[in-house]
Structures are given as C-alpha cells and as structure tokens.
Design a protein around this ligand. Structure first.
Ligand SMILES: Cc1ncc(COP(=O)(O)O)c(C=O)c1O
Length: 402
C-alpha cells in the first residue's frame, strides 16, 4: 500500500473513551449475567431514555410529505431561524439578533467543532474537568494549544487563576450547565467570565447544550444575552428534546464575521443541515404547550433520579459528592478509597475497575482532563430509579470490601 503521511490533526483525534467503556461493558455483560444473574447498571452514557416527543416526530413527517426534501438554504432555513430567534428572545433573553447571527448545524457538536476550528493553531483554555469530546476531538482537530484551568474542589471558579490564563489565550471554552459535574454556573460567575474575556479580547465559546436540564428552579444565564461581539454560543436540541440522534443544533454570535466563517465551514463540511429536520426543529420550539409538557416531564424525572443517586452516594462514608444543579451527571470524588502507593495509571482506574467487576459502569475522571482523576462520572440520563437503587447498593458493597 502507498505510504502517505496523512493530516496529523486527524491522526491525533481519539474516539471518545466513553465509547470504549460502553464497548467493554457490552463484552462483559453476558458473562456477568451468567455468573450473577444480574444486569450491568449503565451510569456511563450521555444518552436519554425518553423518546422524542411525538409532536416533533409528526412535524418531521409533515415536512417530508410537503416535499421539504431539497438542498437546505446555506446557513439554515428561514423557518427554523425565525423560530430560533424567538426562542433566543423568550428563553435566553437575547435580543437585537437577526438571521445572519445564526448558523444551523449538525448538533452542538458541529457548532463547537467549527468554533474551535476558527482558532486553528492558537491558544485556548477551559475549565477542568472538561467534556471529553473537547479534549479528544476538537483540540487535536483544530490543533489548539489548550490550557486546563482547574475548578476548585466544590467546582467553584478561581477567578484570579482565570484572569492570569486569559492574558495568554485567544479563546475560552465555557460549558454550563456543566458536563461532567452537573454544576450550573451562576449569573454572577458567567457575567464575570464574560466581562474578563471581553476586557482581554478573548473570544468566549459558550456551550449551552444542557440549558434546560435544570433542577430546584435553577436558571440558566446565557452569555449570548450580553451584547458583546466576542461571544459564540453553541446550542442543541439533543438534550432538551431527547433528540440525540437527529443531530440538530445551531450557533449564535453577534459578530457577523464569525457567523459568515462558520457558515462557510458548515457548507464545506455538510452543505447544511438536513432540510426537513429543520422544520421539525422549528416545531419543537413553536408548539409551546407540547414543548413545556415534554420538557417538564423529563426535567422532573431527571431531578428525581438525581435526588436518589445523590442521597445514595452521600450516605456512603468516604465519598465526597456535590449536588448537581443541572445536566444529568454527578462527579463524586473517591480519593479516600484509592490505595496511596499506586502509580498514576493504576490509580486512575482503581475504583472504576472495582465497580466494573460488580457490574456498575461509570466514566473515570481522567477522561475529563488532568485534574480530578480520583473522580468518576455517573450519568442518570438513561438509568431508571430501580437501577439507581440497585447501583448504589452495589457501590456501597464494593467500597466496603476495599
Ligand atoms: C457538554 C456537551 N456539549 C455539547 C454536546 C453536543 O451534543 P450534540 O452534538 O448531540 O448536540 C454534548 C453531548 O453530549 C455535551 O455533553
């Protein structure tokens, strides 16, 4: 075979370690069932076990019947953009925007990947822990030199540290509500971060994938509501509407140079987002009654699961756990259970592997960067209450036996 040095940026991309964990679980599950009669408890996935609301599915079918099957308009269909603009006003408090401030994308993923690509070869930063896809995919693909700024132990922000790093970078990646911690950054934290970025001429890439997965009456403050032109907000319908497989998202910036470049990038990669899906996307926002019903139902279920899992873990002596305010993840610390003499490589997998042996799948902390490597991520987006109760029992038993 002809030997060629392919694009180094692509050679450096890694598949998500979470996919590898799911693969390992799939392989182990039959033996585990044979030996114990029990199923694996899946805390590793970011998938959602609710179906897409039927009013959105009906809208997609209707769009197909109406022949919305041609190439999409570059940057996005008018119908979808109009619905997005209204949504940005009533939901994100973001006014004075028009259709040129929006690019419709293949999920939040493409909106973020294109945003990172804008800063090819430059310096960027984000908080640690950080969503694994940023670390494994966007950073190598955009050949970005990325600094992880650790959150404090309780996941609050060290603004002095942030201030120092911002002097050396072109963009800052902020994700709230946050994967993997479930933290919802407060309005004042987000405002301070946005102000600092603005003052230092740093672009703010704001990942708002979980904007509506909020508990205890929390609110999401969207940076795009600020009238700065250094902010790029990435949104998706994946999580709010249980539409992970539809791949619908959009990017918003007040800076038209940015949206123009992103539109070109989007056209180059995919020639735009599937036409009929954009009509379903518009319907998702526009039918307020059905929308609120579906979103409230999911939010309530996620909050109940959060309560069960949080209370269960908190009551196991030795686990240090913060209560998530949003998204559908918990990120407790297990330092008290890791033997002191282990080398780093063994250390980061120690508790993860003990739990796997008991049929409990999680994601180990080093998937989210170089800090918080004694933590594990637990997702409760596709885990029933019964499974959570069983999972907590197994975790307790495992840790007590160490
Ligand atoms: C933090 C975060 N941002 C963005 C996304 C992108 O989601 P999608 O590409 O499905 O819109 C995800 C998906 O898991 C995520 O966890």
């Amino acid at each position: 075979m002809t030997k060629i040095n392919f694009n180094q940026a692509m050679e450096n991309i890694r598949m998500s370690p979470i996919v590898a964990i799911s693969e390992a679980v799939r392989k182990k599950s039959p033996d585990f069932k044979k030996q114990t009669g029990k199923d694996f408890i899946h805390f590793q996935r970011g998938e959602i076990d609710f179906p897409t609301p039927s009013y959105i599915i009906d809208a997609a079918k209707k769009a197909l019947d109406e022949g919305k099957t041609k190439y999409p308009k570059s940057g996005g269909e008018d119908k979808f953009k109009e619905a997005i603009l209204k949504k940005l006003e009533y939901h994100n408090n973001a006014f004075n925007l028009n259709s040129e401030n929006i690019v419709c994308t293949y999920g939040g993923q493409e909106a973020l990947e294109l945003s990172f690509k804008l800063f090819d070869g430059k310096n960027g930063a984000g908080f640690a822990p950080c969503w694994s896809c940023v670390l494994e995919n966007f950073i190598p693909y955009a050949r970005v030199n990325f600094t992880e700024i650790p959150l404090k132990k309780d996941f609050s922000v060290d603004l002095d540290l942030l201030d120092r790093v911002l002097s050396e970078i072109s963009f800052f990646y902020l994700n709230t509500p946050h994967n993997p911690t479930g933290k919802v950054f407060s309005k004042s934290e987000i405002y301070s971060i946005a102000e600092l970025c603005h003052k230092k001429n740093v672009y703010l890439i704001s990942d708002e994938a979980y904007e509506e997965i909020l508990f205890d009456g929390q609110n999401h403050f969207s940076p795009i509501s600020l009238e700065y032109d250094n902010i790029i907000s990435a949104f998706t319908l994946s999580k709010t509407y249980a539409m992970t497989g539809w791949r619908i998202g959009y990017l918003v910036s007040r800076n038209k140079k940015i949206t123009e470049l992103i539109r070109l990038g989007n056209y180059t990669q995919t020639a735009g987002l599937v036409t009929f899906l954009q009509y379903a996307g518009a319907a998702a926002f526009e039918n307020k009654l059905e929308r609120d019903k579906a979103v409230n139902l999911m939010r309530k279920e996620f909050q109940d699961r959060r309560d069960l899992l949080y209370e269960g873990l908190k009551n196991i002596p030795g686990i240090e756990v913060e209560k998530p305010q949003g998204a559908f993840y918990l990120f407790p610390n297990f330092s008290n259970f890791v033997p002191k003499n282990l080398a780093d490589e063994e250390r980061k997998l120690f508790v993860f592997e003990r739990l796997m042996e008991k049929g409990v799948a999680t994601v180990y902390g080093s998937c989210f960067g170089k800090y918080f490597t004694d933590n594990l991520r637990f997702s409760f987006s596709a885990t029933s209450k019964e499974q959570i109760i069983e999972g907590v029992d197994r975790i307790k038993e495992t840790l007590q036996s160490l």
